[in-house]
Design a protein around this ligand. Structure first.
Ligand code: PMV
Length: 343
C-alpha cells in the first residue's frame, strides 16, 4: 500500500514549576515535574508524508524557517531512527518537514519542547490517517515527544501537565506526561508567564550535558527527594489557590536548578548579572506592593515572570522597569495555553 498526505500542528513550549533535572535509561526522569503549557511561544510543523509499505528506513528532508538546516536535520534523523521499535510505522515513511518557531531562533528560548512535541503530534496524526484510526493517541504522542526531548512530553497537553511516576498523582508515569488541571484552582488556569530575555546567546552547557552531570552530583539524591516533596506541596497549594506557597516553591525550584549546576563536577553558571538584578527587583516589588508576582528560570539566564492575569496592569509597570536588563529590551508576553492545535 502507498499513501500520501500533509499534516500540520502548532505546539506550545512549556515552563516547569517543579523541574526535571537528571535522567536515566531511555530518557526517563529521575524525579517528577509539573509545568504550565504556554501559548505564544510555539512551533508550527508541517509534514508532507509518503507512506510505502515496502520502505524499510525513514527518509527525511527538513527545512527550518524555509531553509535547510543540517544540525537540526541530523538531530531529527537520529530521533526518527531511534523510535522505530516503539513507532514502527516510521520506517515506511518519507517525511518532508517544514518547521518554524514563533520566537526568533536566537532568542534564548529553548525550542526543543515545542518542536519535538509538534513533530510527535504530526507523527501520531499520520498514523491516524494511514491506519484509519478514530482519534490520535495523546499518550503515544507524549511518549514520542519525550524521546526527542524529555520536557517536550509535557507540551502535548493543555494548561498544566505532570511527568514522572510519583506517589501523589494517580496515573503519573515515567513514559509520558498526563494533563493535570482538573483539581487546580481557576486562578492558575489563566496565569501569565512573561519571558524576559536576558541573553540571546546559546547556552555554554547544553541541557543534555547538564542532565548527565547529575549522575555524579553529590546532592542528587537529596534533590530527587526534595522534588517529590515540592510536587506534593505545590499541587496542594495550586488546588487551594494558595499563591504564597506556590511562589515560594516555584522560586526555590528555579534557584535549586541553578544551584545544582553550580555544584556539578565541573561546576558551571548559566545565570547572568542581569538575571540576579531582575530577581532582586521582582522580590522587592512584591514586598512593597504585595502583588503576587514570582520568577522562575529554565536552564538559562532568562526570567519567567509568573502572576495572576488580573495583576497585568500593575505588573506592566514592573516590566517597563525591567526592560533595561533585557537584551534589546525583549520581553515575550505569554501565559497558560490550550495545548497543541491542528492546523
Ligand atoms: O527537555 P530537556 O532535556 O531539554 O531538559 C529540560 C530541563 C529543564 O527545562 C531545565 C527543566 C524542565 O523540567 O523543563
Amino acid at each position: 500500500m502507498q499513501k500520501s498526505g500533509t499534516v500540520s500542528w502548532k505546539c506550545p513550549s512549556n515552563i516547569a514549576l517543579v523541574k526535571y533535572w537528571g535522567k536515566f535509561g531511555r530518557q526517563y526522569p529521575k524525579n517528577p515535574s509539573i509545568s504550565f503549557t504556554l501559548n505564544a511561544s510555539h512551533t508550527i510543523t508541517e509534514v508532507q508524508y509518503n507512506y510505502d509499505e515496502n520502505r524499510s528506513t525513514p527518509a527525511l528532508s527538513f527545512l527550518f524557517e524555509g531553509f535547510s538546516n543540517q544540525k537540526f536535520a541530523k538531530k531529527i534523523e537520529q530521533f526518527l531512527n531511534g523510535i522505530v521499535d516503539i513507532f514502527p510505522l516510521v520506517k515506511n515513511l518519507e517525511l518532508n518537514i517544514n518547521s518554524r518557531n514563533s520566537f526568533p531562533h536566537s532568542s534564548g528560548i529553548a525550542s526543543s519542547a515545542s518542536s519535538m512535541a509538534a513533530l510527535a503530534m504530526c507523527l501520531v496524526s499520520i498514523e491516524k490517517e494511514i491506519k484509519g484510526l478514530e482519534s490520535i493517541d495523546l499518550n503515544k504522542a507524549s511518549l514520542i515527544a519525550r524521546l526527542g526531548s524529555g520536557s517536550a512530553c509535557r507540551s502535548v497537553f493543555p494548561k498544566i501537565a505532570v511527568w514522572g511516576e510519583n506517589k501523589i498523582i494517580k496515573g503519573s508515569s515515567n513514559d509520558y506526561a498526563i494533563p493535570y488541571y482538573k483539581n487546580i484552582h481557576p486562578i492558575f488556569l489563566s496565569f501569565r508567564d512573561d519571558i524576559l530575555i536576558v541573553s540571546h546567546k546559546e547556552k555554554s552547557v547544553s541541557s543534555r550535558a547538564g542532565h548527565a552531570l547529575m549522575n555524579d552530583n553529590p546532592y542528587a539524591n537529596t534533590r530527587f527527594l526534595q522534588a517529590n516533596n515540592h510536587l506534593d506541596v505545590l499541587v496542594n497549594a495550586m488546588k487551594d489557590g494558595d499563591l504564597d506557597t506556590f511562589g515560594m516553591i516555584v522560586e526555590k525550584e528555579a534557584l535549586t536548578l541553578h544551584a545544582l549546576m553550580m555544584a556539578s563536577e565541573p561546576p558551571y553558571i548559566l545565570l547572568e548579572p542581569n538575571t540576579i538584578n531582575i530577581i532582586r527587583q521582582v522580590q522587592k516589588f512584591r514586598k512593597n506592593t504585595m502583588v503576587p508576582v514570582y520568577f522562575t528560570l529554565d536552564a538559562g539566564p532568562n526570567i519567567h515572570l509568573l502572576y495572576p492575569e488580573e495583576f497585568s496592569p500593575i505588573v506592566n509597570e514592573l516590566k517597563a522597569d525591567l526592560k533595561k536588563y533585557c537584551a534589546d529590551g525583549k520581553i515575550i508576553d505569554d501565559g497558560v495555553g490550550e495545548g497543541p492545535q491542528k492546523l
